[in-house]
Structures are given as C-alpha cells and as structure tokens.
Ligand binder design. Sequence first.
Ligand SMILES: [Zn+2]
Length: 174
Amino acid sequence: MARSTSRRRTSRAPRTQRLVRNPKIVGFALVPNIGVLRQTFAGCLKKAQRAFPDLGHVGFEVNKDAGDAGRHYAYCQQHPNDSLSITFAPKAARLTQKHLLGLMYHELGHAIDFRYPPRELTQRIGSGIPSERERRADEIARRTFNHVIQYDPKIGFVQCVRCHGVSPRPRGLR
Ligand SMILES: [Zn+2]
C-alpha cells in the first residue's frame, strides 16, 4: 500500500508539471478565445458589406491597449492611407454574444462614418443621423444592422443588443 501510494505520487507529479508547463494548455486556460472574436467580427463585417458593398476591408486587430479597467473593449481607427481597422482588447472575448454584437455593430458604425462623407451617408441611409460622434455611430449601426444599440447598466454600460439595456447612449459616457 505504501508502495502503491508512493508510485501514484511519483507518476502524478510529472504529469502535473507537464500540465503547467505546456503552453497550449496554459493558453487554453488563461487566454481568452480570440477565435470567437475573429469569427463574430467576420460575420458582422459581412453584414456591413452587404449594406455598403463598397465599404471595403475593415481590419481586425487584437491588442491589450484597447481595454482598460473600465468599460472599454475596442476602438476603430482610420489610418493615414484611409484604411480602417477595429482593435479589440483580448478581454472582449469574455463578453456574451449579445454584448459582442452590440460592441461590434457600434464600432462598425464608426468605420462606416469614417469611410463616407456625411452627405453621402445621408443619401445612402437617410437624414436625421445625430451629429455627436458616439450617437452617430449607434444610429448608423441601427440602420445598417437593424438592431438598436443598447447600453447595459449591469456591466458598466457596455454596448449590447436585445439585452434590456438603455438607449440612446447615456450622455457623458466615455
Ligand atoms: Zn464609439
């Protein structure tokens, strides 16, 4: 009995070490699933391109600098060569699908806003788009994706869809 106990212990010890040291397993346990982010984004971008066939490519990036300790998970950029990209914080992968869609629709609203001059945008999706940048992104997103962008007070007013959040975007939200 003593022998079998000690045998078990020695056979288990190296396996535990291997578990800890195997970067794949550590990655699986601690690093958010970026594949889900990428896949969800690809679906959202396809919808945006269906509504705006000449929108072109919008790059997908993942970088810790897109997140903070608060409510920020992503940002949209127009680069000097006019290309567009949206950068997500890895922690965005932990959001629910409803929040992820709200976040991505909102950021793609910015991308569309960056891509087209205001007058052209009005010709394409109609007048009455707010002038304030953030509410503008939400209204463009609503007309593009047919979903009202809501803000979830339960998790720091992160965007969401069909989530009993508040809409329009609360004033003063950074
Ligand atoms: Zn925004």
